[in-house]
Design a protein around this ligand. Structure first.
Ligand SMILES: [Zn+2]
Length: 441
């Protein structure tokens, strides 16, 4: 008899590991923050302090949101159906200019509640006041990669650019030993960051051994701007500045061509695909099947709530699959299993966390969710990947464990006071309304 801290039994386990094993009538045991057993149900063989009955449901790795701006949850539905520049200039930038640390803290807690409730266990954030994001994520018990957005103009958080680098170095130092929080260097985009900033950000990321994350080629207009300014396409610009490498993560890559894909593939640069945001802002359709075929690792993200408008990765998976099918008029171009990989193990590879999360394997950290399949819309079940991508939603996630801690049990959040967060979020929305009116003069 072996001892463990938590035992989850009576479920079908989707490991998402290299062999993609599916174990029916399986059980999984956790010791501390680590998975110590995965196999067939033999309940008598392991004694655990806590037991969770999966009730015939699915046990799978927690989902990984590869790109978001968590605190933008407070801007959900503030302004929709507008041209990108009008949306940014008249709504998003004016309100972002007014916000403070507490605003970002409440918005991030709200986002963490939504993410845990919809099966996400790791997220990668880019925003302002990221110290608050790191703290909120830690309080929620979520695994995170966070980085302060830096650009050439002054920030409402740190002020002038020089301070942005000092702030980022401070984040790296303060959180370097944390088991859940990881820091990245995050210049905003090629049209907001000059060459000097980009080279310096890259040097810092390489020196500290952390990822470098940037929005690239989200819109046609952006590619046009870069070509006009530098006489080359965005990925070539990154290459000439010496930024391409396995530490680099590109968000979006909607408008990239074949030779750019080849450059990314040969330099092991990873990409995060954000289909719903790209659709809602009418940015375009990223060539994801082509990128995957070239050997680029592609993860999945929701982007911020203001351009999505939710953080549910189940919806994102289904939408991504259907978007690429209809784009190519070919239903075989992306399948459910590929989407599941993007939202789990490939998402972990993108963030450089594949040794600790993204699949269920003995020795890895216990980041996992249990999906309740005993519901009319999930019965019968011939193929679990199909249900997760095409039929399930975040509401079907019953339990969630992150780093060996139960953060949600029977849909009740154990780390966060949801009622309090909802109340505070409503308070913040009153401020947002005032800021929008002020911004219009
Ligand atoms: Zn973004």
């Amino acid at each position: 008899m072996t001892n463990a801290d938590i035992l989850i039994h009576n479920g079908t386990i989707l490991t998402m590991g290299s062999q993609n094993k599916i174990i029916s009538e399986g059980m999984l045991a956790i010791s501390g923050n680590t998975i110590c057993y995965i196999g067939k149900n033999e309940k008598g063989s392991i004694r655990a302090k806590r037991e969770l009955d999966a009730q015939g449901g699915l046990i799978l790795p927690g989902l990984i949101n590869g790109h978001t701006h968590a605190a933008m949850s407070l801007f959900r539905g503030l302004a929709d159906d507008l041209p990108l520049m009008e949306w940014l200039n008249n709504y998003i930038f004016p309100v972002e200019g007014k916000m403070d640390a507490d605003f970002v803290r409440i918005g991030t807690l709200l986002a963490c509640a939504e993410m845990i409730l919809s099966g996400t266990t790791t997220f990668c954030d880019m925003y302002l006041f990221e110290e608050e994001v790191a703290r909120a994520a830690k309080e929620a018990g979520m695994r995170s990669v966070v980085g302060e957005v830096i650009y050439d103009f002054p920030s409402p958080n740190y002020g002038i650019l020089e301070e942005g680098f000092i702030y980022t170095e401070g984040l790296i130092e303060r959180w370097k030993k944390d088991p859940l929080v990881n820091i990245a260097v995050e210049p905003h985009a090629l049209f907001t960051c000059g060459e000097e900033l980009l080279i310096r950000a890259n040097d810092l990321a390489l020196k500290k051994g952390v990822p470098l994350i940037i929005h690239v080629s989200e819109t046609k207009e952006e590619v046009k701007q870069i070509k006009e300014k530098f006489g080359k396409r965005p990925v070539q610009h990154l290459k000439d500045l010496g930024l391409l490498g396995s530490h680099l993560i590109l968000d979006h890559c909607v408008h990239i061509n074949k030779s750019e894909m080849e450059l990314l593939a040969e330099s092991n640069v990873c990409v995060v695909h954000n289909p719903e945001s790209n659709m809602k802002l009418a940015a375009g359709i990223a060539p994801v099947p082509e990128m995957i075929a070239k050997g680029i690792t592609v993860g999945l993200g929701t982007d911020g709530c203001a351009s999505n408008n939710n953080l549910d990765l189940f919806g994102e998976m289904g939408m991504a699959a259907k978007l690429h099918k209809v784009n190519k008029l070919d239903p075989t171009v992306m399948n459910a299993q590929t989407l599941m990989k993007m939202a789990t193990i490939d998402g972990a590879k993108v963030l450089g966390l594949e040794k600790i999360t993204g699949s269920l394997e003995v020795g890895k950290r216990a980041d996992l969710i249990v999906v309740d399949t005993n519901q009319p819309h999930l019965v019968p079940m011939y193929n679990p990947y199909s249900h997760l991508v095409y039929a399930a939603s975040g509401h079907d996630v019953k339990h969630s464990i992150i780093d060996g801690t139960i953060v949600m049990e029977d849909r009740e959040l154990l780390t966060l006071d949801v009622e309090d967060i909802i109340e505070r979020s409503k308070e913040k929305s009153k401020k947002v309304k005032e800021w929008v009116i002020m911004g219009r003069g």
